[in-house]
Design a protein around this ligand. Structure first.
Ligand code: ADP
Ligand code: NI
Length: 217
């Protein structure tokens, strides 16, 4: 990467950190930093993909998540564009980063997939790793608390999520989110390193659930 690229990555990171200073705990700067590190780690093993695009997508992927903006799916890409323009990111890179952000979320995996790239696979795996394991458990319950969802309610069964609408509308207990989404992520990983790292985190969640059900039943 050139000096210009390095400077713009560092400056954009700073900008993201400031923008997310009031964010929900699971989608704050430290989530972004973990995803950034995971993405660099995966890239190092894959030896594929443009590192500039990967880093900008990792940094900007949750800059304005629709679920915190009444479902507005345009605000994330638009905010990312404004930041990249401010930091003179070349047009071609900007478009690639935007396309990754638009296609990265679990929500968007229910839409017809028109876009795939090595960079998308790497950043999405990096984000999904942060949704599982010990950190994934912490984030899920924090999000549930933020939304005032019950932790656990034996009268509400997990639902099978087959569409974006049912995923977004779902207000079930946080524990159900494990069965509805988090336990599925391991098998959705695209990169070799992502798959490898997901196994241990997945097992940790299974142990947690086993212990939890032993305690509450
Ligand atoms: P999406 O919003 O597309 O699911 P995210 O990757 O932003 O994608 O979701 C991130 C994290 O937010 C989840 O991994 C989880 O920790 C938390 N989260 C989202 N929805 C729920 C939910 N219904 N219950 C608990 N946690 C949730
Ligand atoms: Ni994320």
């Amino acid at each position: 990467m050139s000096i210009n690229m390095l400077t713009s990555v560092a400056e954009i990171a700073k900008n993201v950190k400031e923008t997310l200073s009031d964010a929900e705990g699971g989608h704050d700067w430290y989530h972004i930093e973990r995803v950034w590190k995971n993405a660099l780690n995966i890239h190092q093993h894959e030896k594929k993909g443009d590192l500039y695009v990967i880093q900008l997508a990792a940094l900007l992927h949750d800059i304005a998540d629709a679920k915190f903006y009444e479902g507005d799916e345009a605000i994330g890409p638009a905010t990312a564009r404004i930041i990249m323009t401010k930091h003179q990111v070349p047009e071609k890179v900007k478009e690639e980063v935007i396309r990754i952000i638009e296609n990265m979320s679990y929500r968007s995996s229910f839409s017809e997939h028109s876009y795939t790239s090595v960079e998308l696979d790497i950043v999405r795996d990096a984000d999904r790793l942060d949704a599982i394991g010990a950190i994934g458990i912490a984030r899920a319950f924090n999000y549930g608390g933020f939304k005032n969802r019950p932790l656990y309610d034996p009268n509400i069964e997990p639902v099978e999520i087959l569409s974006k609408e049912s995923y977004v509308k779902n207000t079930g207990p946080t524990i159900n989110h494990f069965f509805e989404k988090l336990l599925k992520l391991k098998d959705l990983m695209k990169t070799e390193k992502g798959k490898e790292l997901a196994i241990k985190r997945h097992e940790y969640m299974c142990d947690f659930l086993e212990q939890l059900y032993t305690e509450v039943r």
